[in-house]
Design a protein around this ligand. Structure first.
Ligand code: MN
Ligand code: MN
Length: 314
């Protein structure tokens, strides 16, 4: 078993998951706890690669599972379905997260810092403040990048005033011009050319379940929805493979235009009509345009979840 306490975010890591893991390790060290280590559960996306390259930092070590009794710290997730293999038998010391709490339980007491902010790093930023710890350039860039990523440059409806305040202060320490740095970072993440369709539909996919309906909402950011739709046929093949492999009832691929803040959804699965009801749309050629929708957490997931709940009552 790994001696150190392992810090990690969710599978299919995004920029908040990676940056917040690294920042949590830095925060713990500054707080006198040197036995923690950031790790990751999957490959870095191109946006996160951009951030680490900017800082000249190495990616955290990749782990596949944890042994029974392994001490762990979770950031940016809590649902076991999105966590590491073996999480049920691990000893969870703390959670820092900004998602709903679901499919999560522990045998022992723990620290749990949940805030409905736009980003885990905003919660960590406040922890630095509360503990009176100095924020240096490296962690400022990491936290600022995470906030820019999760809030799509403060344009997502998940954005809170705490995120705005944190980003403003972090940008000064990081010496970045938020819009310029942020656009470059976000655009780095939209370079999807050399991903296979299978990789694309898994890049940022979250597995969810409600009332025995199993579904995945995957999201890709782009500067041109049309460019992604050119690959519809192979994307659908990859989505159907996931549906069979995981026994899914619905697979939603959300193609989000980060410039115009809209989303085109591509939906497959025997229960696709739930998604049509959830957004009052008709799928045409398996697709529908959702104006002003950019957030999985606050727009896509709650509507689908609620609709499944209503279906069960009907
Ligand atoms: Mn995340
Ligand atoms: Mn997050």
């Amino acid at each position: 078993m790994e001696e150190k306490v392992l810090i990690f975010g969710h599978k299919n890591p995004d920029t908040d998951t990676i940056c917040s893991s690294l920042v949590k390790e830095i925060l713990d060290k500054k707080n006198g706890e040197s036995d923690t280590k950031a790790v990751r559960l999957g490959n870095l996306n191109k946006e996160t690669q951009y951030v680490l390259k900017y800082l000249g930092m190495e990616a955290p070590e990749l782990i596949k599972k944890v042994e029974e009794g392994q001490k762990v710290i979770l950031v940016d997730h809590n649902e076991f379905g999105q966590s590491v293999e073996g999480i049920e038998k691990a000893k969870i010391l703390s959670v820092t997260d900004h998602h709903r709490i679901a499919n999560f339980e522990t045998a022992e007491p723990l620290y749990y810092n949940a805030k409905p902010y736009g980003c885990t790093s905003t919660i960590l930023f406040e922890e630095f403040k509360q503990k009176g710890l100095e924020i240096e350039k490296k962690e400022a860039v990491l936290m600022a990048s995470a906030i820019i990523s999760d809030t799509l440059l403060l344009k997502s409806p998940t954005t809170t005033k705490q995120d705005r305040k944190a980003l403003e202060e972090l940008a000064k320490i990081a010496k970045i011009e938020v819009n310029q740095y942020g656009m470059e970072m976000l655009k780095a993440g939209t370079n999807l050319e050399d991903f296979t369709a299978k990789e694309l539909v898994n890049l940022d996919a979250k597995s969810l379940e409600k009332d025995e309906i199993k579904f995945v909402i995957a999201q890709v950011n782009t500067v041109s929805i049309q460019e992604v739709l050119k690959r519809q046929e192979e994307l659908e093949t990859a989505m159907n493979e996931e549906i069979v492999k995981k026994g899914l009832h619905i697979f939603v691929l959300a193609i989000t235009d980060i410039l115009d803040s809209n989303t085109e959804i591509m939906v497959l699965g025997e229960k696709s009509e739930i998604v049509e009801k959830a957004f009052s749309v008709n799928l045409e050629n398996n697709c529908a345009f959702l104006e002003g929708v950019v957030s999985r957490k606050k727009q896509l997931l709650p509507n689908i979840d609620k609709t499944i709940g209503n279906e069960e009552l009907a």
